[in-house]
Design a protein around this ligand. Structure first.
Ligand SMILES: C[S@@+](CC[C@H](N)C(=O)[O-])C[C@H]1O[C@@H](n2cnc3c(N)ncnc32)[C@H](O)[C@@H]1O
Length: 299
């Protein structure tokens, strides 16, 4: 049995209730995506992790998300709203952060809405633009590594507040399994205090806005470090609780309002609702999760 099948078997061995969801997800993966996920699993194995551990990481993320979903549907708000309430339990907790980031990386393939935004990213990334690339909150590092593989930016910079995210992003690039790279720097920094004194030609920030108390500040800062023609790609979520989501967007309009306030404009928006058989409107009405990917312009 190959690594891909072993991981799926191990996930289901401990999470039978997830079977119909996963069966539907697997139908959507192309052979190439299955191969990429297998390569990703081999990276973890070479890094000393086992299939049962990777499955545990994924199942922990799924179960913790379901717990938060139940809380959210009952209380109509996320459990926490302050960064200080999640800082030590998530970002500075290396063991939990590692599980969370491995689970999230694997979900880029196994959750249809995460798969959609991952495809959108690969499709929209300018492949031949010159200049420098900045990623805020690379986390597991998979998007950062994708950007290094697929684009021609001359230098790649990544900043993350979590020491574990920094070591995971450096680990995936240094592994050599996805290519040989030396034109990058990934280091610990809080974007709130980030003052690079220069602008970037690509700015990518996946799933960070819902993790911060003041997303307007993040968008305004992105405006200040972007060029007129920079490629700006962000993702976030609407009505999608997780252990460390502290800012609640309850509609695409509430998100767009902050984007416009930051003097940015929306070039393209992809809405990926959790239930593919239900409309976006019904999701909003029922407060069900929607993942959003946006390409923004400095207008
Ligand atoms: C949910 S993960 C997203 C990982 C990846 N970008 C993705 O889209 O799957 C959020 C990441 O943002 C980082 N982060 C949160 N607040 C931050 C801040 N103020 N400055 C820099 N990084 C931050 C977290 O440590 C974490 O690694």
């Amino acid at each position: 049995m190959d690594l891909f099948d072993s991981l799926i078997d191990e996930i289901l061995r401990n999470n039978e209730i997830h079977r119909s969801f996963l069966t539907n997800s697997l139908r959507q993966l192309t052979e190439e995506e299955k191969q990429t996920l297998s390569n990703y699993i081999s990276f973890f194995i070479k890094d000393g992790k086992s299939i049962p551990y990777i499955a545990e990481c994924y199942n922990t993320m799924v179960k913790d998300t379901v717990t938060e979903q139940i809380f959210f549907l009952k209380n109509k708000k996320y459990r926490y709203s302050r960064f200080s309430e999640v800082e030590s339990t998530v970002y500075l907790n290396d063991d939990y952060m590692e599980k969370y980031m491995i689970g999230l990386g694997v979900s880029s393939f196994l959750w249809p809405q995460h798969l959609k935004i991952h495809r959108f990213f690969l499709d929209k990334m300018p492949s031949n633009n010159p200049g420098t690339y900045l990623e805020i909150g690379p986390g597991h590092g998979f998007y950062f590594m994708d950007a290094m593989k697929k684009t021609k930016y001359s230098f790649f910079e990544g900043i993350d507040i979590s020491p574990k995210s920094i070591s995971m992003t450096n680990g995936i690039i240094d592994s050599g399994l996805f290519g040989k790279f030396d034109n990058y720097s990934v280091y610990q920094a809080d974007f709130i205090q980030f003052n690079p004194g220069k602008t970037y030609d690509a700015i990518v920030m996946g799933e960070v806005l819902e993790h911060v108390e003041n997303p307007s500040f993040f968008l305004e800062k992105i405006y200040s470090i972007a060029n007129k023609d920079s490629f700006i790609y962000i993702t976030t979520v609407i009505n999608a609780p997780a252990v460390d989501h502290i800012y609640l967007f309850d509609s695409p309009d509430s998100l767009k309002e902050l984007i416009l306030k930051a003097k940015l404009s929306v070039k393209e928006m992809l809405l990926a609702p959790a239930n593919e058989n239900m409309s976006v409107e019904k999701h909003l009405e029922k407060k069900l999760p929607i993942v959003v990917a946006l390409i923004l312009l400095k207008s």
